[in-house]
Design a protein around this ligand. Structure first.
Ligand code: SF4
Ligand code: SF4
Length: 93
């Protein structure tokens, strides 16, 4: 007997990873490399994986580094970790 299994992404958490479905080839290297298994492969062939557990991401960036298709996967660092450089105005204290 075949059983259906449903997987629903964790709600209410900002997504640490974004895929570009026009570039991603669905090789699932990022799925394999993630040490906390936040992704599952897409049920559709050659499509980007699904981010199932965004709250588990360690923000290590390994999935982006190992992806063979530049631009297919983008890392979205936590807001507090985004650095915005500003030229120092030497006339100010
Ligand atoms: S994002 Fe990169 S590593 Fe992940 S499935 Fe797509 S092409 Fe493969
Ligand atoms: S940044 Fe690290 S922990 Fe987060 S999805 Fe990529 S490999 Fe997994």
């Amino acid at each position: 007997m075949n059983k259906k299994v449903y997987a629903i992404p964790e709600p209410g958490i900002s997504n640490p990873i974004t895929f570009n479905s026009k570039i991603c080839i669905g090789c699932n290297i990022c799925v394999e490399i993630c040490q906390v298994d936040i992704f599952i492969p897409s049920p559709e062939e050659n499509k980007p994986p699904i981010v199932l557990y965004p709250g588990e991401c360690w923000y290590c960036g390994n999935c982006v580094v190992e992806c063979p298709k530049p631009g297919a996967i983008t890392f979205n660092p936590l807001l507090m970790n985004r650095v915005h450089w500003k030229r120092k105005n030497r006339s100010e204290g």
